[in-house]
Ligand binder design. Structure first.
Ligand code: C2E
Ligand code: CA
Ligand code: CA
Ligand code: CA
Length: 278
């Protein structure tokens, strides 16, 4: 009936209103957190699977509120992207992570740092120039940095993405395709994304223990990446049996709670020293 229809519309509108207010509140809080230095970066180790050697770290953003609560990136990154705030924040993460890498390379000189880049950041005309400036400011070689992009960068047009990746590669900066297997139409343009590394999303790694159809996907991504000339890294490895399955598949690198959680820089340095000692 007409009445029921109107009721539905009213409810829907009210829900949208709440969602918008919630987003606005989050955005305001995030802007303040950025201004008040309540954002910080943690580092999660990445290891070569065959040797167990630590080869790098991924920089992950954290927000700690004034009253000591943590807000998950899954909650605030989308808001930062919608508002454009991800551009200055992402640049700050990059510079912070590179400074951390300078310190980490005092203990292990060949370590690399992986930094997440949102599609909006990637599409900024000055993006590559800013990355190069950050590298030279830290006096780090280009190949010590890996930019993690997702298949969603394709929204800016595959031609533009392909050209920009070519320029990034020409500078010697490494590129990883993050969350692989979770986006759409990935296979149709995967050969047009010149990347060094393919990161298999955690969803497929979790499935390895179940051994179901989803696990078959993880098994296929390893040879797919290799055929396209990329190294393959498995994300979210939590169990020894997942690691063993990945070893049999010939997966190159791993990252996950089984090896190390994301840690503040001091904890990462201590963790690294302890591993090298024993
Ligand atoms: P991501 O890039 O896929 O990062 C991996 C996520 O998996 C991280 O979540 C990490 O803490 C988590 N993780 C790692 N190993 C394990 C494991 O063994 N088990 C489980 N359950 N989780 C594991 P986090 O730190 O909450 O970040 C979530 C997402 O937020 C990231 O996913 C990334 O998309 C985004 N993000 C984080 N920092 C940044 C940033 O600086 N810039 C941008 N643009 N996005 C970021
Ligand atoms: Ca990532
Ligand atoms: Ca990922
Ligand atoms: Ca993810």
């Amino acid at each position: 009936s007409k009445g029921a229809g109107q009721g539905h519309i009213q409810t829907y509108t009210a829900e949208v209103g709440v969602a918008t207010r919630e987003r606005t509140r989050l955005l305001h809080g995030l802007q303040q957190a950025f201004d008040r230095e309540n954002l910080f970066v943690v580092y999660q180790p990445q290891l070569a699977l065959a040797s167990g050697r630590v080869v790098g770290a991924e920089a992950l953003l954290r927000w700690r509120t004034e009253d000591g609560r943590f807000i998950s990136p899954a909650e605030f990154i989308p808001v930062a992207e919608q508002s454009g705030l991800i551009v200055p924040i992402g640049h700050w993460v990059l510079r912070t992570a590179l400074r951390a890498l300078v310190r980490l390379r005092q203990d292990q000189p060949d370590l690399r740092m992986a930094v997440n880049v949102s599609p909006l950041q990637f599409a900024q005309p000055q993006f590559l120039a800013e990355v190069e400036a950050a590298l030279s400011e830290a006096a780090l070689p280009a190949d010590s940095l890996e930019l993690e992009i997702t298949e969603s960068v394709a929204v800016m047009g595959i031609e533009r993405v392909s050209a920009l990746l070519g320029q990034i590669k020409a500078r010697g900066i490494a590129v990883a395709i993050d969350d692989f297997g979770t986006g759409f139409s990935s296979l149709s343009y995967l050969d047009r994304l010149p990347a060094d590394r393919l990161k298999i999303d955690r969803a497929f790694i979790t499935a390895l223990d179940a051994g179901d159809a989803t696990a078959r996907i993880a098994e296929m991504i390893v040879p797919l990446g290799h055929r396209l000339g990329m190294q393959v890294l498995a994300e979210g490895v939590e169990t020894a049996s997942q690691a063993q399955a990945l070893r049999l598949l010939g997966c190159d690198e791993v990252q996950g709670y089984l090896y190390g959680k994301p840690m503040p820089l001091d904890a990462f340095t201590a963790w690294l020293a302890q591993r090298q000692g024993g």
